[in-house]
Design a protein around this ligand. Structure first.
Ligand SMILES: Cc1ncc(COP(=O)(O)O)c(C=O)c1O
Length: 482
């Protein structure tokens, strides 16, 4: 095999040192392919530099790095800029002002990392530039999405025949599944919500737990069902819906349960609630943005038991499975209900014999994000997913034990990967969080849990090691002691 390195180096140096030789982006020429190759190699090298350096830098970007983003401002350029100059700006000013999520010490929100396989797949997806709307536009993307959805179904232990949609996140997954719920319930009552809207429609009652995630309420608002027009069920000390406090449920009810509270990680008691709700004819929706993935682990599966009896589920690929941003998944027991809510007609949109994503998704044109989902799940397998669930949950217990041993109060039962800690009075906890974020070893955010100000630790990244936990714990104790 000839050694291509000198040629590649020459191409890279050409791209870097002689921008004026590159063609205008709108005028492909014989050398356009070479210039593109050179640019992509440079971008790959920048990306690798970034990832290799991410462990040595503070998790939160410095104030200087954020201020330097101003270099990217300015008026719209009157004409083209060379591609390598644009890439240089991105890496020089963009990279340092990112949050270092890939070093395993970002514990904010519920943010996963990105599996190397998912990252590699996303590079390929971008090169493919597929519009994953219709099979005819991308047999590869549509086939992989279909397979990935079936794997998600199997991993989560959902009923055979369940259909789904790959969307941008759990917010849109809640929206998509609840759109199917709304459509199905009203159709049963003889009303076509899509054709006639909600004005004059038979009323639907939506029941949520006091601890329902804000995205469920947002989805209800977007669907015209009202953020505030919900019946709220009281919860217990862990944020679990109280089965004994459920209101009357009937065939005009959508009941929204939660598998994995964003703060405590707790699961609503599905087995005590769903059978009666089903018998009453209610539609049961589950927001399981991260918690549902516990189903993959023999050790943690117990928490998700009973949720498989629901009608629809929302979850995220970009949280616990570490598929990278963005990837949400809506699953619906009766795919026809999803299709009825999401279909669209136009003479040029030809229905083929395949599952056409655009008939199951809110979007028409869409990124082929099912490809990263397929690649990530293929690389993990069931045991790889179980291992992430088990390892991150054990890290969470280690955090809780270390903080407790130092005299701080753990506010939740650490059942999966979420820890809530109070460092004392609200001001002290807030000051500790601020010092920790400024220190840069790791990153945690705050919350208020049942009236008490707390710091949240969400261990969601595949990359977090025992050493990361111990380094971060030491930084937390130092921040609390100052
Ligand atoms: C329980 C729950 N539902 C929904 C969401 C929203 O997810 P996304 O940010 O992917 O839209 C989150 C986010 O953390 C969550 O924890």
């Amino acid at each position: 095999m000839p050694n291509s390195a000198p040629v590649l180096n020459w191409l890279i140096s050409m791209a870097v040192s002689k921008p004026s030789h590159l063609p205008h982006p709108s005028a492909p020429s014989v050398s356009a392919a070479e210039a593109r190759t050179s640019l992509l190699k440079r971008a790959a090298r920048d990306a690798m530099d970034y990832l290799e350096g991410v462990d040595a830098r503070p998790v939160a970007p410095t104030a200087q790095a954020i201020a330097a983003l101003n270099a990217l401002r300015g008026p719209l350029p009157p004409g083209p800029t060379s591609a390598e100059a644009v890439l240089h700006l991105l890496h020089e000013y963009g990279s340092p002002a990112t949050v270092a999520k890939n070093n395993g010490r970002f514990f904010g929100f519920v943010n996963g990392g990105c599996l190397p396989m998912a990252l590699a797949a996303s590079w390929l997806v971008s090169a493919w530039d597929q519009n994953a709307a219709f099979f005819v536009q991308s047999p590869t993307a549509i086939t992989l999405e279909e397979i990935a959805l079936e794997w998600v179904r199997q991993m989560l232990g959902l009923p055979e025949g369940t259909g789904g949609a790959v969307v941008t996140g759990a917010t849109m997954a809640n929206f998509t599944a609840l759109a199917a719920a709304r459509h199905a319930l009203l159709a049963r009552a003889g009303w076509d919500a899509d054709a006639d809207g909600l004005f004059g429609a038979p009323p639907i009652t939506v029941v949520v737990g006091e601890e329902a995630h804000a995205s469920v309420l947002k989805a209800l608002g977007m669907l015209g069902m009202g953020r505030k027009r919900v019946v709220r069920v009281p919860v217990d000390s862990q944020g679990r819906m109280r089965a004994d406090a459920l209101p009357h449920l009937d065939a005009n009810t959508i009941l929204c349960l939660q598998a994995g509270n964003v703060n405590s990680g707790a699961f609503d008691p599905a087995s005590s609630i769903i059978p009666a709700a089903r018998a009453a004819g209610a539609w049961i929706h589950v927001d399981g943005a991260f918690g549902l993935w516990a189903a993959a682990s023999p050790e943690y599966h117990k928490w998700t038991k009973g949720f498989e009896q629901a009608d629809s589920w929302a979850t995220d690929g970009h949280k616990w499975p570490n598929i990278g941003y963005d990837c949400g998944i809506a699953m619906v027991r009766e795919p026809e209900a999803l299709r009825a809510a999401m279909s669209m007609d136009a003479a040029y949109l030809v229905q083929g014999e395949h599952r056409e994503p655009s008939y199951y998704n809110p979007e028409l044109s869409r990124r082929a994000r099912g490809v990263e989902l397929w690649a990530g799940l293929r690389s993990l397998g069931r045991s790889g997913m179980a291992e992430i669930v088990e390892r991150t949950s054990s890290h969470a217990r280690r955090f809780a034990a270390g903080l407790k041993a130092a005299g701080y109060e753990i506010l939740n039962d650490v059942v999966i990967n979420q820890v809530l800690v109070s460092f004392g009075a609200a001001e002290k906890t807030l000051a500790t969080i601020a010092r920790l974020q400024a220190d840069g070893t790791c990153w945690c955010g705050g919350t208020v849990w049942q009236g008490k100000t707390a710091m949240r630790i969400s261990v969601s990244s595949w990359a977090t090691t025992r050493e990361d936990v111990d380094r971060s714990l030491a930084a937390m104790l130092k921040a609390a002691a100052e």
